[in-house]
Ligand binder design. Structure first.
Ligand SMILES: Cc1cc2nc3c(=O)[nH]c(=O)nc-3n(C[C@H](O)[C@H](O)[C@H](O)COP(=O)(O)O)c2cc1C
Length: 369
């Protein structure tokens, strides 16, 4: 193997520069353990939204519920249906691997459980010596890096923040994060308002910050790893590719939808907060029709009550748990167009490293006269 450890590998204490991106609200427990066991870094997803708020601050929960009852009730029903419990997932992963792993907390304003979940994660980690040793990383996303970075670092955690722009990368570095994920617009799931793509964002972020950079959005193979390293990243951060693996916790129908989709079969539409990239299906078409039919600014349309209804009248568990992908949100990236097999996580990671090594040692030198 020609690869030396990158700055990201050194930071996390992992063998290969491959990180499994969190994919909340879906559970990624088995996937996380499999990725860490195969030499990458697995990340547990932030699966709840109101769970920890309800448990830890019933008065505030009531206020939030009174403000948006439909959203709160439909989200809690989904959490119950999927059986989510991020702390339970920490305990499970800790049993399944002796290698480092991480957990995601979405810190958006619309994520009222975030501060409670962060406290709960820190408490849980401090209770269990194995968790203290192996739960090394917290990835914060979808909000400001100023909110929790210091609290997490004081607790001994490595903090990584997900950024969609150079501006946010600088802000994150100033807040004291240990690394940033440059997340391009082709990514599955939550994407930024401004469509800046991975090939521009990664080198732009690399140029401006000193901390290690992970590159997200559109990666799935050894070619991508070599490209990301050339663009200045120290690791690739992949979501969609990892859905279609044997160990991934997603229902077979969800995996099939990813395998069957081309690079043109996704669309950016209204998420719970901000835009998300999903599969083009009946659910996405209905939402798009509504978005087209209501007036207002792009952001204002997302907050329209009709759109709110369409987003809350469906079940996220349908796609994730039952594999019913026709009329439910199927979060997936453009890279699905490149994915055509269902390997084990180890086969995938070993294959990416082998392909990258061949490109670096054989193909690229052949371009030099
Ligand atoms: C199903 C799915 C759910 C996601 N949920 C989250 C999430 O809860 N938090 C987050 O920070 N990013 C989330 N993302 C984004 C990923 O963490 C990652 O940035 C993205 O998948 C990378 O692009 P790729 O899908 O092209 O690999 C999600 C992505 C997918 C595909």
């Amino acid at each position: 193997m020609v690869f030396k450890k990158t700055d990201v590998c050194e930071l996390f204490g992992i063998e290969y520069p491959i990180v499994q991106a969190p994919m909340g609200p879906f559970i990624t427990t088995k996937l996380c353990a499999a990725v860490s066991n195969a030499g990458g870094l697995g990340i547990i997803s932030h699966t709840g939204t109101f769970l920890y708020l309800k448990e830890r601050d019933p008065d505030f929960y009531k206020q939030v519920h009174d403000f948006a009852p439909k959203l709160v009730e439909s989200t809690l029903a989904m959490e119950e249906d999927m059986g989510v419990n991020t702390l339970e997932e920490l305990r499970k992963v800790s049993k399944l691997t002796d290698k480092p792993f991480g957990v995601n907390v979405r810190v958006a304003r619309e994520q009222p459980d975030a501060p409670y979940l962060i406290d709960a994660i820190i408490e849980e980690r401090e209770k269990d010596p194995k968790l203290t040793e192996n739960l090394k990383v917290v990835v914060t996303s979808a909000g400001s890096p100023n909110l929790y970075t210091q609290r997490l670092k004081d607790a001994g955690l490595i903090v990584v923040h997900v950024v969609p722009s150079v501006y946010h990368a600088q802000k994150s570095e100033k807040a004291g994060v240990d690394a940033v994920v440059a997340s391009g617009h082709e990514a599955g799931g939550h994407v930024a308002w401004d469509p800046v793509h991975t090939s521009v964002l990664t080198p732009a972020v690399r140029k401006i910050v000193k901390v290690p950079v992970l590159s997200a959005g559109g990666w799935c193979d050894g070619k991508g790893l070599v490209a990301a390293l050339a663009l200045g990243a120290g690791a690739i951060y992949m979501g969609t590719r990892f859905i279609a693996t044997k160990e991934s916790d997603f229902a077979p129908g969800y995996k099939e939808a990813v395998l069957g989709g081309t690079e043109r079969d996704t669309i950016v539409t209204a998420g719970t907060f901000g835009p998300i990239r999903v599969l083009k299906n009946k659910y996405a078409a209905t939402l798009q029709e509504l978005l087209d039919s209501v007036t207002g600014s792009f952001q204002g349309k997302f907050e329209n009550p009709k759109i709110e209804d369409a987003k809350t009248n469906i079940s996220w568990a349908d796609s994730y748990k039952r594999g019913k992908t026709e009329n439910a949100p199927v979060l997936t990236g453009e890279v699905q167009g490149l994915i055509d097999n269902l390997p084990t996580v180890k086969e995938l990671i070993d294959g990416i490293m082998k392909e990258a090594e061949e490109i670096i040692t054989k193909k690229l030198p052949s371009f030099i006269a």
